[in-house]
Design a protein around this ligand. Sequence first.
Ligand SMILES: *Cc1c(COP(=O)(O)O)cnc(C)c1O
Length: 230
Amino acid sequence: MDLETSLKAVQQRIEAACARSGREPGSVTLVAVTKGQPPEVVCAAAELGLSLFGENKVQEAKAKIPQCPGRLRWHMVGHLQSNKCRDAVGLFEMVQSVDSLPLAEELNRRAEQAAKTIPVLLEVNAVGEASKFGCRPDQLLADLGSINALPRLEIQGLMTVPPWTLDPEKVRPVFRQMRELKERCEQLLGAPLPHLSMGMTGDFEVAIEEGATMVRIGTALFGARSKAGG
Ligand SMILES: *Cc1c(COP(=O)(O)O)cnc(C)c1O
């Protein structure tokens, strides 16, 4: 399938999932995940009107972004190492993968040095999988106040990568739990959080039905990645 056809299909599936759950199609933002894809693919996607892209490695993004049209917006969606925070502040409009208080503190320090404020999502490991990054829900609730007090970070919501499954219905409860966790965070902060980033190629329709405002899609748009691409 060519990119234009895949993109139309993904957009139609997003619209259908919105319609099923009584949501406005404009309430869901598509983040095109281009990890493992060369700059030419990003350019082709940009020509079709996509403007928001996700990468999961700072190193790869640092090489790729300068080769892509300048008006594009980039989100960091993969695990961020402390020693990459400085680069991340320069490259990304948002970091979706803040998964600990120490990382938040380092990102805040680097944002301060760059005289920037960085919108962030807090990554949650909802099920407690050992192989996944993200903080556990109880840890998140414990650290939320401290992260919120960091002046250079602006918490915009939560992000999760649920367990991999062939049957997206199996992860519906995880998405629901995330929506409830976001509501608890909003109560603690006394302010609304606009974003819930959840849903990938295998499960984005269920995620939308459960309240996702951002879906991060790679494979359904660009096809399978080589293993080396992560
Ligand atoms: C790779 C990746 C995606 C996209 O996954 P697909 O299944 O290819 O759509 C989304 N989010 C994160 C954090 C990823 O690493």
